[in-house]
Write a protein that binds this ligand. Structure first.
Ligand code: AMP
Length: 405
């Protein structure tokens, strides 16, 4: 029997999210998560999309191994267990693949060692991703495990975009360069945008704006990433929910020397207490818009700073690409916040950019164009689907190296 299912695992420091897909039609069979792993109040929520049934359990889940076992049991109850011969592979989201991983790879000991070697540049994410990989491997040692990297799509950036203008030997010694993140989303959305325009990815230039709680922009020329806003870490670039995005690096010396803050305190300040939450106390764009509509000045300023940065990146990537066919908005804010899309392109008619008020305000589930008919540059809303992209890349790799038919 042909194995056509792929389990996608996204392991965070205290959470495990999963989806099981059938790659014959990319349909979802099950989805769920375990959160607060390691605490007494861990919670597992599992939905079998084959039956529509949702089950929730609360109670201590000691570690990722226990979490994956619990997930496996839940899947098993729906006849979708990890031991099923229909399971072709497990695809793991891995945040940092450095310069080494330019595409997904089948996990072996050398791959694990390399992901481990990259921990210094991704101290929060790579250890959690590795735990997920190790646990899955111990449960199904015979099954291909595939690592799909958030950074891989960006490895096509030219050196002129990837390098920071700092001393070359220092940069090389510490592997300091722009890696970029959200790569599976940028890859998927840029391809889907081409599809929406009725063209091949190799025939279009797209600016992708992934605006979620984390946010990043990318410039994609003919299907290949040529620049992106996140850098060595996911802190650089756009204003985010809790991250500052771009600041003058001297802000850090100033806070250390004049403010007496430690490196860890500054790290926490810029990663967790800045961005929208630092500016106005809220990081949810719905709440910020509600406050703006009520005349709240602090929320208005936060929104304006967010939009100003976004506009700067649109302009910068327009210049990097030279010709732009589409700007695609995606992720929680990009897909849902019409006010953000409208404000981001306001005044950019000279660049061929505008939204049609009616199309932009209309709600819709699928990919859609919200610019006026005949606009020089299409403004698109393209829902992202990182799990599907991970599953697709995983299945393509496994299908290529094992005869599954
Ligand atoms: P993500 O990280 O892609 O899940 O996006 C999460 C963010 O999307 C939330 O923090 C909200 O700010 C934003 N969001 C979700 N739904 C809406 C909505 N209907 N309107 C505006 N923002 C939204």
């Amino acid at each position: 029997m042909t194995a056509t299912r792929v389990l996608v695992l996204n392991s965070g420091s205290s959470s495990l999210k999963y989806q099981l897909l059938d790659m014959r039609d990319s349909s979802r069979l099950a989805t769920g998560f375990v959160e607060r792993i390691g605490e007494r109040t861990s919670r597992l929520k599992h939905t079998a999309l084959t039956t529509g049934e949702t089950r929730e359990t609360t109670g201590p889940v000691a570690d990722h191994a226990a979490a994956l076992k619990a997930v496996s049991e839940e899947l098993g109850r729906d006849g979708l267990g990890l031991d099923s011969p229909d399971l072709a592979a497990i695809g793991h989201r891995v945040v940092h693949g450095g310069s080494s991983f330019t595409e997904p790879v089948i996990v072996d000991d050398a791959v694990i060692a390399e992901i481990e070697r990259l921990i210094p540049v991704a101290p929060l994410h790579n250890p959690a991703n590795l735990t997920g990989i190790r646990t899955a491997r111990s449960l199904r040692p015979d099954l291909p495990q595939v690592a799909v990297f958030d950074t891989a799509f960006h490895t096509t950036m030219p050196e002129s975009a990837a390098r920071y203008a700092i001393d070359v030997s220092t940069a090389d010694e510490y592997r300091i360069r722009r890696y970029g993140f959200h790569g599976t989303s940028h890859a998927y959305v840029s391809r889907e945008t081409a599809k929406l325009l009725g063209k091949a990815p190799g025939d279009v230039n797209v600016i992708v704006l992934h605006l979620g709680n984390g946010a990043s922009a990318s410039a994609v020329r003919e299907g290949r990433c040529v620049d992106t806003s996140m850098g060595l870490t996911p802190l650089e670039g756009l204003v985010m929910g809790t991250r500052s995005g771009d600041v003058d690096p001297a802000v850090i010396f100033h806070l250390a020397r004049v403010g007496g803050m430690s490196t860890d305190e500054i790290d926490t300040l810029l990663n967790k207490k800045s961005g929208l939450i630092g500016l106005c106390g809220d990081n949810d764009m719905r709440e910020i818009r509600r406050r703006v509509d009520e005349g709240d000045e602090q929320a208005r300023l936060a929104f304006d700073i967010y939009i100003h940065r976004l506009k700067k990146y649109i302009g910068a990537y327009y210049a990097v690409l030279g010709r732009v066919d589409a700007i695609a908005f995606t992720a929680g804010v990009g897909e849902n916040a019409a006010a953000v899309r409208e404000a981001a392109v306001a005044g950019l008619e000279g660049l061929g950019l505008a939204v049609d008020a009616g199309l932009n305000a209309a709600r819709g589930d699928g990919a859609r164009i919200v610019s006026p008919e005949g606009a020089r540059v299409a403004v698109a809303v393209v829902p992202t689907d990182e799990e599907l992209e991970i599953a697709t890349q995983t299945y393509a790799l496994v299908g290529a190296s094992h005869d599954l038919t």
